[in-house]
Write a protein that binds this ligand. Structure first.
Ligand code: SAM
Length: 485
């Protein structure tokens, strides 16, 4: 099925300029220096010695500040301090004995070649433009009322009460209801987030602070909290009414960034996840231990970091091999606006991915936000013609291969021969062992076209452990092999 690697290079397919041949060439796993603590990524906002692209705003936005006060969603833990992290009741994260957690402490530590001076290339910063809202809102949303159906909790004002809240392109209904457990879906905390997102879309500070005043002055968000606390239904009605009128009155002036700000993408993705994946999340743990189908998720903050580090832009093609419920595929499409692919073999995960895609697209439309083209395949990625086609155009490939066995990792390596020069593969286990060198006996190995950089993710980056860990970015670089042959 695959042409011999050496023949491909000799034939000039994907051929870089040739250099003088040498007899053996090292293919290295390069390690960034200066990494003292596991959470340095969070502190620096990007990891590594160099600052990441400043494109993703890491300043303290009202959205960000307020988020740390509310603990509504099971998926929000990446941005919270351990003390405030909600319980993981509905999340597959509660699987301490699974293969993923067993492997957490296995790290490929530095080897001689890791001290090499070369650095992972810093991509261009992502540029964002302010553009007007886009029309939409014709797709159905899963209502917040659906999410509280079988969850214990209590109503405010002594009985079932819902309010209709105006999103830029659609009305959304919220039950005024409090969950018993802090890990369960909390519609009021989400409604507060909706107000913050909306505030950030208004064209000036004065209008923004009428909805959400970061300095704690009188504002809609504050009056809303007071109405709930004091059981004041009249205040609730007038406050929601005022919010809705502001949104409709200024609708034509509401602005969004293109690509959208990561904080906004994370919130919208969390809303979709809570409605589609959370109710069945515990069933995702139903896999065979130590198999290729061990389930685990990268959290949104870590994915944003990966997008920045790999220089993903609107014109990129992103592919997640083993995409689970589609989180990363959907995030790349919404947050970056690029063409985004996922492929997942497990039926339940695929079914949830499809539900989640529909919900993310409906929510993006309700907020007047664009999204890249999304393709989710419910198939095996091995020997898959559509995936092979996507890989030929791919800019960034993600493989959360933490629990993949050697055979599957080898099949993936063969697939990487299709990748264009400069494509990047992000993985949790390296595809190239430390100390690998090109030699006559391994000349056909796809490892020879990968230049691997070792990185560390910070605490609360993945959903199977709060601990920090390792990941790898392999860049397709055929020049050293070309020089060898
Ligand atoms: C650890 S999960 C990663 C989910 C997602 N990519 C993330 O990082 O959040 C790995 C997924 O790969 C899937 N998988 C394993 N082998 C596969 C194959 N041959 N084809 C498609 N999916 C596969 C598993 O079923 C599992 O859902």
């Amino acid at each position: 099925m695959f042409a011999k690697l050496s023949e491909r290079l000799k034939a000039g397919k994907n051929h870089p300029s040739r250099r003088n041949a040498t007899s053996t060439i090292k293919v290295t796993v390069q390690r960034e220096s200066n990494h003292a603590s596991g959470d340095r990524d969070n502190k620096r906002g990007g990891g590594g010695d160099k600052a990441p692209s400043s494109g993703t705003s890491r300043e303290s936005t009202p959205l960000k500040r307020a988020r740390s006060e509310d603990a509504s969603s099971p998926r929000r833990s990446a941005s919270q301090s351990p003390a405030k992290r909600p319980s993981r009741k509905n999340s597959p994260r509660k699987t301490p004995s699974n293969a993923l957690s067993a492997m957490t402490n296995h790290r490929i530590r530095g080897s001689a070649e890791n001290s090499e001076a070369s650095r992972f290339p810093t991509p261009e910063p992502l540029t964002r433009r302010l553009v007007p809202l886009i029309e939409g809102g014709d797709l159905e949303l899963v209502s917040a009322a659906e999410c509280i159906k079988d969850v214990p909790g209590e109503w405010s004002f002594g009985g079932p009460l819902h309010v209709s809240v105006q999103l830029p392109n659609k009305l959304e209904s919220y039950p005024i209801w409090h969950p018993k457990s802090s890990g369960d879906f909390a519609p009021l905390a989400e409604l507060r987030t909706v107000m913050e997102i909306a505030a950030s879309m208004f064209p000036n500070m004065e209008l923004q602070s009428r909805i959400n005043d970061p300095l704690g002055g009188d504002c809609i968000a504050r009056r809303f909290a007071k109405a709930i606390k004091k059981d004041d239904q009249e205040l609730l009605n007038t406050t929601i009414d005022e919010f809705n009128k502001l949104i409709t009155g200024y609708r034509a002036d509401l602005r969004r960034f293109d690509p959208i700000k990561p904080e906004m993408a994370h919130e919208i993705l969390t809303m979709a996840y809570c409605r589609t994946v959370s109710p069945k999340a515990s069933q995702l743990r139903d896999y065979k231990s130590f198999s290729n189908n061990v389930y685990g998720e990268l959290l949104p903050g870590f994915c944003t970091k990966i997008f920045n580090q790999t220089g993903l832009t609107k014109d990129s093609v992103f592919v997640d091999l083993g995409s689970g419920v589609g989180n990363v595929t959907l995030q790349a499409a919404l947050e970056i606006g690029c063409e985004s692919w996922g492929c997942e073999i497990m039926p339940l995960a695929s079914e949830l991915a499809s539900l989640q895609k529909t919900e993310v697209e409906a929510r993006a439309s309700a907020w007047g936000l664009p999204s890249g083209e999304i393709t989710l395949l419910s198939e095996d990625f091995v020997n898959n013609a559509r995936i092979q086609g996507a890989l030929r155009r791919a800019s960034v490939v993600l493989v959360n291969n933490y629990a993949f066995d050697g055979e599957l990792n080898n099949q993936l390596l063969q697939m990487f021969l299709d990748l264009p020069e400069g494509a990047k593969i992000v993985s949790l286990k390296s595809f190239v062992p430390p100390g690998h060198t090109i030699s006559a006996h391994n000349i056909e190995s796809p490892m020879n076209i990968l230049k691997v950089y070792h990185r560390e993710f910070g605490h609360d980056s993945v959903n199977w452990t709060p601990a920090a860990g390792d990941y790898y970015i392999a860049v397709v670089d055929r020049s050293r092999l070309a020089a060898y042959i």
